[in-house]
Design a protein around this ligand. Structure first.
Ligand code: AMP
Length: 402
């Protein structure tokens, strides 16, 4: 069964075509600058060079058609015709409280995703555009949606309610939702496999550390808490996002810096985080080299980041009554041995210990804890596309007996 996995951002489309009989990625691609000048499709058939197609892409419908044309192109395509696509799996950012699992697209589901756009105004509308474009292009192919928030719908009220008047939750759904759900779910499952069991057997803390970062407490297979909240701005200090701050800073900024709501949103989402602290970059590679050259603010940005992750690990160990494994994933978590070491330094009292030699790993599944450690530590590259493709296959087999 071949699954086309689609991830539509506001001005981008990422896709993969996966043969789910072997889990082999047949091709992947990225369209950027949709609706802007200079849009480009970078299409990579597995094991071959990337083909750059420079063409104006006015909207997502055009982009989806372009991606499918690339997949079926006689020179660099990987399938003969669109009919070889058995199902499409879409990433949707926000499923609110309505979607606790992946679902087959129906008119009612489309309405539900549109209703959740209030919670994710930048993300759900382009996600919806991608789904509609695929439905128009491939009307007889089943479409499945996988939500970033769904995995965290198992959180109990004490984890997801804020200390705000309850009416706000009832009226507008203001609560913690959490994000990166597919990633947390995937790496927790992989870690459980590497320990010889299933997620129901373990208490796992998953650290998704990239440009956007979040930590989740996965207790016996269920997410019971996570650091992102009502929006992906909460929790850890990130590349450009502030993470949790004292809410009283917002009226202070409004008064002192004369900012309105839109400016505050921009300030906290795009000008804060390690970029704001260092004044240099949101990319940890830049910060690590600047810190090595003696740049103090880059060093303090790295220290703050690591300290926050460490605090969450402590908090979630308490929340789960112990921890069996800690997992590092995403750009920074998978690649930066020094950040992993810094985060875990001082956590030995939990029974952890990093093996310096094993920790040199980059971008592949590996246990990096010492042989004596009671708590296992893993590096596991995330694979959200594979989770989406798996859910798509499972739903198609279960519901429409594909
Ligand atoms: P992601 O959002 O998962 O794609 O992660 C991207 C971020 O990971 C980048 O902005 C960097 O901060 C970080 N990153 C990627 N590779 C490395 C590396 N080799 N060393 C340190 N940080 C890295």
């Amino acid at each position: 069964m071949k699954v086309f996995v689609v991830n539509c951002g506001s001005s981008s489309i990422k896709y993969q075509l996966i043969n789910m009989d072997t889990e082999a990625v047949l091709a992947k691609g990225l369209i950027e600058r949709i609706g802007m000048e200079g849009s480009v499709l970078k299409h990579t058939p597995e094991g071959k060079y990337t083909v750059d197609i420079n063409i104006d892409v006015p909207n997502h419908s055009f982009g989806i058609k372009l991606a499918v044309d690339a997949l079926t192109n006689p020179d660099y395509g990987v399938i003969k015709s669109m009919n070889e696509i058995d199902a499409v799996g879409h990433r949707v950012v926000h499923g609110g409280e309505r979607f606790a699992d992946s679902v087959l697209v129906t008119p009612d589901v489309l309405k539900g995703i549109a209703a959740c756009a209030e919670l994710a105004p930048l993300h759900n509308p382009p996600n919806l555009n991608g789904i509609k474009a695929c439905m128009a292009l491939m009307p007889n192919v089943p479409q499945v949606v996988v939500f970033d928030t769904a995995f965290h719908q198992t959180m109990p009220k004490e984890a997801y309610l804020y200390g705000l008047p309850y009416e706000l939750y009832v009226k507008y759904g203001v609560r913690r939702y959490g994000f990166h759900g597919t990633s947390h779910k995937y790496v927790a499952q992989e870690a459980a496999k590497m320990m010889g069991g299933e997620t129901k057997d373990y208490r796992i803390i998953t650290c998704h550390l990239g440009n956007g970062s979040s930590v989740a407490a996965v207790k016996y297979g269920r997410s019971i808490d996570t650091s992102m909240g009502y929006t992906p701005l909460d929790g850890l200090v990130m590349g450009t996002r502030s993470g949790e701050i004292d809410p009283a800073i917002i009226p202070f900024l409004m008064e002192k810096e004369n900012m309105n709501a839109e400016q505050i949103d921009d300030y906290l989402n795009r000008r804060s985080g390690v970029l704001g602290i260092s004044g240099l970059s949101s990319d940890f590679r830049d910060l690590e080299s600047a810190a090595a050259r003696g740049d103090e603010r880059s060093q303090v940005a790295i220290d703050i980041f690591a300290y926050r992750v460490k605090k969450y690990i402590g908090a979630y160990t308490a929340a789960m009554g112990g921890v069996d494994a800690i997992v590092f994933t995403a750009g920074l978590g998978e690649n930066s041995s020094s950040m992993r070491e810094k985060i875990c330094a001082g956590l030995e009292y939990l029974g952890t210990g990093i093996d310096g030699q094993k920790n040199k790993v980059r971008g592949k599944n590996q246990e990096i804890s010492t042989d004596e450690a009671k708590v296992k530590i893993f590096v596991i590259p995330t694979n959200e596309e594979l989770v989406i493709a798996h859910d798509t296959v499972n739903i198609c087999r279960r519901i429409i007996k594909l």
